[in-house]
Design a protein. Structure first.
Length: 454
């Protein structure tokens, strides 16, 4: 769990049709029906709390240790390992058919004192030995490991965090993943971080690392998005997850919690729908069980109150898992919420480069869209922005070629984002008049960026 992201914005990818054959009555059973897990972070210090354990055992089908598998807990003295608390969590989970996520093999924080005093090759050797010994001990019992946690810096640099581990050499993350694969070939190996929920410099830095690892054959199977959220969620949350999935890795929501307020239930539901919309999103973990168990104190950021009662956010998540609140698109037009007008090819032109506007909704072909994968087609052409377009660029139609600049994510919050740029379909200046230009712009989820099937 990490420092809270302040003023988070966040969003989505491809819309999933509603309807499920079954409707689960708990988070775990409903997620399982969708081929996913819904888990919680736990601490053994709570295992004697009857209310806590009742909720835990009833609702979740995956567990992760809050602290019991971190370096300071598992190797308090160099070469002397203590797995008792971690074993207790694993045994409890496995006895109930739950998955176990491992958290975390290497992290710049919560290192034992002896490791904090090391540097250079000595620290590198100690770190790789730690990965090997811990992953070997839990071999065959862990669904996915957070091999490395929070190795990238906040801010706009997109660079690695300065830490004692980073100072052992830039390849330390790669070395950790290779050691983890050798120690437990069956576990999925994840990189995990916070403040990466939208498309920003930090998440892009991680994206570039993952892409490089995949190209060079470094064993990485998944990326964890902590999702410690405030009172808003970024418009490109789902699109950000999707771009990682498109690299060929799974994505997991690993430490979800949301500040209580008027938007808490909606944000939880939006995150859940985003995961359901991405085939490679394997599951969601909330960071704690009840509000009073949360590291975030008075934020009341979880799904249950201290008495174990279900909050509105719980109902919103369960409804989303069961498909009850997933948008069900009807019609072939896209009506803009802010203007009430429809996405329209100017002048009903079918020429390459014909520009998009808004216009009174009608049934003519220049407002009739079909969705082919992630392409939106109209008038025999594809919705398109020029390659690597900047914010403010006019949206057009062009011969379909399958490039990323013609791929669009129809997001669960109503926005439509471009796969190449991450920018959203936007009515310029929030205009409402017939003929107003449609552009791409940074996703903010305002009414001039929200579109509904009509």
């Amino acid at each position: 769990m990490r420092a809270l992201a302040v003023g988070l914005l966040v969003a989505g990818t491809v819309l999933v049709p509603t309807g499920a054959a079954n409707a689960g009555t708990t988070l775990g059973t409903s997620a399982a029906e969708k081929g996913r897990y819904f888990g919680a972070a736990v601490g053994t210090y709570k295992f004697n709390d009857n209310t806590y354990m009742t909720v835990l055992n009833r609702e979740f089908n995956s567990l992760v240790a809050e602290n019991e598998m971190k370096w300071d807990a598992t190797e308090p003295q160099r070469g002397v390992f203590n797995f008792s608390a971690g074993d207790r969590i694993v045994n409890h989970a496995r006895s109930r058919g739950m998955k176990v996520r491992g958290h975390t093999l290497l992290w710049h924080a919560q290192q034992p004192g002896w490791a904090q005093g090391l540097s250079g090759g000595d620290l590198r050797n100690a770190a790789i030995n730690h990965v090997t010994q811990v992953a070997s001990h839990f071999r065959g019992q862990i669904y996915s490991w957070d091999v490395v946690n929070e190795a990238f810096a906040d801010g706009g640099s997109g660079a690695r965090r300065d830490s004692n581990l980073q100072r052992t050499g830039n390849d330390w993350i790669e070395a950790a993943f290779r050691a983890a694969r050798a120690a437990d070939p069956g576990a999925k190996l994840c990189y995990n971080d916070y403040n990466t929920d939208g498309i920003n410099a930090k998440s892009t830095g991680i994206y570039n690392m993952v892409r490089d690892f995949k190209q060079r054959g470094v064993p990485i199977d998944c990326v964890g998005f902590q999702s410690h959220l405030g009172t808003t969620i970024a418009g490109d949350y789902q699109a950000n997850l999707q771009r990682f999935a498109d690299l060929g890795v799974d994505v997991e929501i690993t430490e979800l919690d949301v500040t209580q307020g008027g938007n808490q239930a909606n944000i939880y539901a939006t995150v859940t729908r985003a995961c359901l919309a991405i085939s490679r999103c394997t599951g969601i973990t909330v960071w704690g069980v009840r509000d009073c168990d949360s590291w975030r104190g008075s934020d009341n950021a979880l799904l249950f109150d201290c008495a174990g009662n279900k909050k509105p956010a719980y109902t919103a998540v369960l409804d989303a898992l069961n498909g009850g609140t997933t948008p069900n698109p009807t019609g072939n037009r896209f009506r803009n919420e802010g203007s009430g007008r429809c996405l329209d090819v100017n002048g009903a032109s079918s020429a390459n480069g014909a520009q998009m506007i808004i216009w009174d909704c009608h049934s003519n072909a220049n407002q009739q869209f079909t969705q082919n994968g992630r392409a939106l087609q109209v008038m025999g052409k594809c919705l398109d922005v020029p390659n690597n377009a900047a914010a403010g660029t006019r949206v057009q139609i062009y011969d379909c070629h399958g490039g990323a600049n013609q791929q669009w994510n129809v997001n669960s919050n109503g926005t439509i984002s471009n796969a190449q740029t991450g920018l959203c379909l936007d009515v310029n200046g929030a205009a409402t008049a017939n003929g107003s230009a449609v552009i791409v712009w940074g996703c903010h989820g305002g009414a001039n960026q929200r579109w509904a099937r009509a």
